[in-house]
Design a protein around this ligand. Sequence first.
Ligand code: FES
Ligand SMILES: [Fe+2]
Length: 418
Amino acid sequence: MCAMTTENLKQRVDWPGQGVHQVPYRIYTDPEIYAEEQQRIFRGKIWNFVGLASEVPKTGDYVTRYVGDTPVVMVRSDDKSINVLVNKCCHRGNLVCTKTRGNAKHLTCVYHNWIYDLKGKLTSVAFRRGIGGRGGMPKDFSMEGRGMPCLKVDTYNDLVFASFDNSVEELSSYLGDEMRSNLDRVVGRKMKIIGMHHQYMPNNWKLYMENVRDSYHASLLHMFQAAFGINRLTMDGGIKLSSEGWHHISYSIDKSESGAEDAYKGKNLHAMDHGFEMADPSLIKKWQEFNCGTTLAIQSVYPNFVCQQIYNSLALRLCVPKGPENCELIWWVLGTAADTDEERGIRVTQSNMIGPAGLISMEDGVVGGWVQRATVRDGSSLTVLEMGGRNVEPSKNSRATEVSIRGFWNGWRTLMNV
Ligand code: FES
Ligand SMILES: [Fe+2]
């Protein structure tokens, strides 16, 4: 249930006009808008990424995760199906599973020992009949219909998604052809998790999701990428968008156009221009893994899921909201089951360079907090999202655009109904 009427929410957000090219800063800090997002977006008619089916291969395997900021458990049940349950005891609301992962025959709440089966059904209540005939639950107390609420679940390849809304469209149509085909390309093989990161950021979850869609900043904030030619806006590439722009793919193909490099010349961006070179070039060692020549593809699935290919660094990321001004980024760093030792080593090195303690995501992790700090008393002032125009159309030949961020706001306005 939404706590606020749409009319009140509209007044509170006070969206400037009809477009999606400017955003009031208050929506990154306001606790009431944050609470409405939990209801209207994360519990709305969308699919939320939860994890990989291969994380819970055996009956009773579970991992604890979040849908929005609601704790959930993803568990493999006796019939091999995957269930996503709200991690909340129906007695007095305690977390049922408190570990990150484990294996259990049933799920037991430690507070008063109420027990659930692997589909979340309540099967046992401690001291239900009292002790020595005294105390206990009333005679008409029934376990029927009580349990841990079960979300709707669907999978695509190994990816598990869940929804609070039973009437949500099919997952495959939610993703759409173009988004599915990139997921097939990057992670549609037999994959293997080679590591995980958890990155805490002092900013609203939407600032991070804007950053992920912001192809404009990639070679500017991340000087290392431009300096050593890993990602420059002069590379061939563009932006693919799902209808209305809810999901996006920003991609590059390594085939520099003649003269295009001039855009970087004289800007003091090239390490090589200054005679510097990397002492240990193994940091950027790579191999051509994809026949299409795609060197980089950052994909987001609305609202908070990311699939990353940066050369051979493959990863999934989920940005979990943690209150209006904090979020946690969960990373699944991936390889394939067919990787050679050398390939595995290259993936690990690249992923460390790109990950939270490396030279790219460390910067993305800090810049959102700086925005949050700078704008805290300026809720009514507006961002500028006009790079590449004001429309929400795919961009076939340029990544010097903020079009995918505008697409994100299209999704936000639709779901929030503002
Ligand atoms: S709160 Fe779970 S058993 Fe009491
Ligand atoms: Fe970035």
